[in-house]
Design a protein around this ligand. Structure first.
Ligand SMILES: [Zn+2]
Length: 422
């Protein structure tokens, strides 16, 4: 086949193959680098952590890191192999040919095609995520999910993607018919509108499908947190407790919604692990993100990036070689272009993840500094960070290159240093 697909298509196909191999090699190398780094520093608690973490916890966190590292390597191999098979064996055009033979080429059927391919690909992830939850997380005492909850979660997610994802996909394909050359701009508007609606609806309609939310009961903690919200002029509809313990002993806190719909959500696991001043510090950190306008800035950036992505997609969809490179003779078919673009984009974006994570880590430092200043002390936040790292068995000593690629938050030590010296 390759000899008949044309010169430009061949070059593009080879470039994608090279990118796929390069990304897979880089990912495996980063895992290996991190593994060796942890092994060389794991003899005993490093100087910097003496008095902060005890020997058994340190060893347990190393064992947890190494176990996750092994699973990651398997995951990387599987992901890249599946992608290579999908792109280079001709399975995709073969399946497409038979699909449209049965269902035609209406927007309804093309949207269904993309949907079914996406669904099929997500099935490959099931065994490893099952293993991760019920073997690995279980072994280290984090798993609290039952088989029933886990499978129900999957079905609910599937149901939601049929209910919300499929119509959005259909709308985008319809926009191609309605708007002609400018479809990509209107598709961007539609996706942005969808995102905004979801920000409002998700806390009310979707999150309750997965978790139970109850108002934080009256008492000293509630008073303390409301006083903080008052002091920082942070408007919040309510403070809710989420039953995170239904699935895992890992802990978290976040905001949902905006304006007067905004609610502060604390995991029940977080409340169990931290003292009151520490919980106040965690909330102060979250308010710091809000005050420094991190969320709109990130939304703005991601909107700009998706506009650029959609424009690039519209350009690629006009190139014959883009389709031929993967065995399609469907020049100009936006549905196929969308699918190929979705499959390929990760091969490019991977290399930019250090920039994104560097940016996110900068925001974490800013939110930490805000929390310290508003509380007029750093000790509560430091206490919270230490406990969270300990309880979650976080890797305290990632290889700098590894954390550069994968860490959206600075390490505990980096954050403590910044709190003391900035
Ligand atoms: Zn943060």
């Amino acid at each position: 086949m390759p000899s008949t697909i044309g010169h430009e298509a061949q070059i593009f196909r080879a470039a994608i193959a090279a990118l796929l191999i390069a990304r897979c090699a880089a990912q495996l190398w980063l895992e290996r680098l991190n593994r060796r780094f942890v092994l060389t520093h794991s003899a005993s608690v490093p100087e910097a952590f003496r008095g902060i973490i005890d020997e058994p916890t340190f060893q347990k966190s190393n064992a947890y890191t190494l176990a996750k590292n092994k699973l990651s390597q398997l995951d990387i191999l599987l992901d890249n192999m599946v992608l290579a098979l999908v792109l280079f064996t001709g399975a995709l055009p073969f399946f497409y040919f038979h699909f449209v033979e049965h269902f035609g080429v209406s927007s309804l059927s093309l949207a269904a095609f993309i949907f079914v391919v996406g669904l099929a690909l997500s099935l490959f992830d099931l065994p490893l995520s099952w293993y991760s939850q019920f073997r690995l997380e279980q072994r280290f005492g984090f798993n609290t999910t039952t088989q029933k909850t886990w499978w129900l979660d999957r079905f609910k997610a599937l149901f939601l993607s049929i209910l919300l994802g499929y119509p959005l996909l259909l709308l985008v394909l319809k926009l191609v018919d309605w708007m002609g050359d400018w479809w990509w701009f209107w598709a961007w508007v539609a996706m942005l509108g969808f995102q905004l609606i979801m920000v409002v609806l998700a806390p009310v309609l979707i999150m309750p499908l997965f978790n139970k939310f109850t108002p934080l009961p009256e008492g000293s903690l509630r008073q303390r947190l409301l006083a903080l919200a008052d002091r920082t002029r942070f408007r919040a509809g309510s403070i809710q407790v989420m039953d995170g313990s239904k699935r895992s002993r890992h802990s978290n806190a976040f905001f949902a919604g905006f304006g007067k719909f905004r609610k502060i959500v604390l995991f029940d696991t977080l409340i169990a692990q931290l003292a009151e001043p520490e919980l106040e510090a965690v909330l102060a950190h979250e308010i710091g993100h809000y005050k420094r306008k991190h969320i709109p800035k990130m939304l703005l950036f991601s909107a700009a990036a998706s506009l650029a992505g959609l424009y690039l997609l519209s350009v690629l969809a006009r190139q014959d070689w883009f389709f031929r490179a993967f065995g399609f003779l469907t020049h100009g078919n936006i549905a196929i272009a969308l699918l190929l673009f979705g499959l390929l984009s990760g091969l490019a974006t991977f290399w930019f993840s250090p920039i994104g994570h560097w940016w996110s880590r900068r925001y974490e430092y800013q939110a930490d500094a805000y929390a310290r200043d508003i509380m007029s002390e750093a000790q509560s936040l430091i206490g919270a960070l230490r406990k969270l790292n300990e309880k979650n068995l976080s890797n305290l000593i990632p290889h700098p290159l590894y954390s550069g690629f994968y860490y959206s938050h600075p390490t505990m030590l980096e954050r403590e240093e910044a709190l003391k010296h900035s």
